[in-house]
Design a binder for this molecule. Structure first.
Ligand SMILES: [Zn+2]
Length: 155
């Protein structure tokens, strides 16, 4: 059996700016409305539910709030330099200098929907306790409605 939480319908959304190096159109600084979706698979417990997913929604809303109205900086990109109050990001032949307070540094290589999904999944595995009847969780990050990247973890 599977629970699904649609980020758009559940208001687990954020707006953010990113840039994808070496990409023709997405190689320009631009933004998206994002949503974080999740699926939780497992056996129904004797109380008739797989798990109380309120805590999952609260956790995901917290992550969305952290990313909201920020520039998503892939801290693992060697072109990124983090200064005291600025972030410098060299993308091809461009040098972006951004106020650090407007950025969020993420331990990813590139700020794609795929890496954001991995980031959210990893964070969720660290922070959310899943009951033993849960066998698999999935995270999907939509970059605009109807297009996104999914990743999952089997327990
Ligand atoms: Zn984009």
């Amino acid at each position: 059996m599977r629970l699904e939480i649609n980020g758009w319908a559940s208001k687990i959304v954020f707006s953010a700016t990113h840039i994808i190096p070496m990409h023709s159109k997405c190689g320009r600084l631009h933004g998206h409305d994002y949503a974080i979706n999740t699926k939780i698979e497992g056996e129904m417990a004797p109380n008739g539910v797989i798990m109380d997913f309120i805590s999952v929604k609260e956790f995901l809303r917290g992550v969305a709030a952290e990313l909201d109205h920020r520039v998503l900086i892939p801290a693992k990109d060697p072109g990124v330099t983090i200064g005291k109050d600025y972030v410098e990001y060299i993308v091809g032949d461009k040098k972006l200098t951004l106020p650090r307070c407007d950025c969020i540094m993420l331990e990813i290589e590139v700020a794609s929907a795929e890496t954001l999904a991995n980031f959210v999944l990893k964070r969720m595995l660290d922070k959310v306790k899943f009951p033993e009847n849960v066998t698999r969780i999935e995270i999907g990050v939509d970059e605009g409605r109807g297009q996104g990247a999914w990743t999952g973890h089997d327990f």
